[in-house]
Design a protein around this ligand. Structure first.
Ligand code: DP6
Length: 366
């Protein structure tokens, strides 16, 4: 599919008022997206686990305006309070997507959104937030056309979410979503995420992700700045090629449940992401001393216990501790005994993989 396929259908009727409501999950990348081209095209393909507990719920109540407006007409409430400082980001998003959803200027939108995780936790809300918003807008569009099949609905929601925040396009379905063109992955695209199309061993079902909140502060360097610094980065070419190789290797790892190999790639991806930050110009470090303490404890525990626990990192200091469900008790005991004191006030979130966003009005999954 190309961008043109996402231009709107003919609208048969536009409802005067209505309400839509979606709950979208966050996701954690196993093979990382870091570096992008124009129009939110990723510099390399990525794959992520869709999460369950970390979610954004968004409701849009819409009302047709008497005359089309030259400005986007919307109000934004975050956790029940009007949130003016979030509006410019939404405005930019609307500008990017209005060619695909031309009804946007014809409605007043009341957007109410809330996160299941604390706002200051350092957990990025852009993936779940943009996904929920894109799905709400798609639910609106679906009522204006004669027919829209579910596959198209999901693809276009992912396509739109990507224009809000790249990783958001992986927050529509689950449990594993791949985004970015890869020669060995059928149906893969730079424009939207797809549910991983090959066999996934049962060991990866219900995989656990305990998120350790090491640093709750605002990040010193945003992801957009980080992505930008991959332009002209001395190691960019090798890094992008490595992501392709890792994804090829993932096929048999995922199909056959090869946990040792899984760990090798996932941890290497996390450290490579941070190595890219440390070797860009200007260089920066987002890990904190406690991030490294936790990594070392995980390695010692794994060595001593033969566990299959491993870690990954996003663009911050928090650590995602990943492990199979059957090791849940032993690993969680270890986390409590040895890792929680490295977190701010012991804060952590027990999450796991899930199947994707939910339409809260229909009570159905994507
Ligand atoms: C390190 O999706 O937040 O989490 O497209 O600029 O919104 P924008 O960036 P964003 O980048 C995520 C980077 C990452 C890796 C990943 O999720 O693949």
């Amino acid at each position: 599919m190309t961008e043109k396929d996402f231009l709107p259908f003919k609208y048969i009727s536009k409802k005067n008022t209505g309400k839509v409501n979606w709950k979208s999950p966050s996701n954690i990348a196993l093979i990382k997206y870091w570096g992008k081209k124009e129009n939110q095209i990723p510099a390399n393909p990525s794959i992520s686990f869709t999460l369950d507990t970390c979610v954004t719920e968004t409701t849009i109540s819409y009302q047709k305006l008497d005359a089309g407006s030259s400005k986007f007409s919307f109000e934004l409430f975050f956790e029940g309070k009007s949130k003016e400082d979030f509006k410019p980001k939404i405005e930019t998003f609307f500008k990017r997507i209005e060619v695909y959803l031309p009804f946007l200027r014809e409605y007043h939108l009341k957007i109410e959104t809330s996160n299941s995780f604390p706002h200051s936790s350092g957990i990025a809300s852009s993936a779940s937030g943009m996904s929920a918003l894109a799905l709400c807008l798609m639910s609106m569009e679906r009522t204006f056309v004669r027919e829209m099949d579910n596959d198209f609905f999901i693809k276009k929601a992912s396509f739109l979410a990507r224009l809000g925040s790249g990783s958001a396009c992986r927050s529509i379905e689950g449990p594993l979503v791949q985004w970015g063109k890869h020669s060995n992955i059928e149906g893969s695209s730079n424009l939207y995420g797809i549910r991983y199309p090959y066999n996934i061993h049962e060991i990866f079902q219900n995989f656990q992700d305990t998120i350790l909140l090491v640093d709750e502060g605002q990040k010193q360097v945003s992801s957009s700045v980080g992505h930008d610094l991959m332009h002209g980065h001395p190691f960019a070419g090798q890094r992008f090629a490595q992501a392709h190789t890792h994804l090829s290797e993932f096929r048999s790892i995922l199909a056959e449940g090869k946990l040792k190999e899984f760990i090798r790639i996932v941890e290497s991806e996390a450290l490579t992401l941070h190595a890219m930050m440390m070797t860009s110009h200007p260089y920066f470090i987002l890990m904190k001393p406690n991030t490294l303490e936790i990594i070392n404890r995980i390695w010692s525990f794994r060595e001593a216990s033969r566990s299959n626990v491993c870690f990954t990192l996003d663009a911050g200091a928090n650590v995602h501790v990943l492990y199979p469900e059957k090791e849940r008790e032993t690993v969680y005991e270890f986390i409590q005994a040895e890792l929680l004191h490295f977190c701010e006030n012991g804060k952590h979130i027990c999450d796991r993989t899930e199947s994707g966003a939910k339409d809260m009005f229909k009570n159905t999954d994507t």
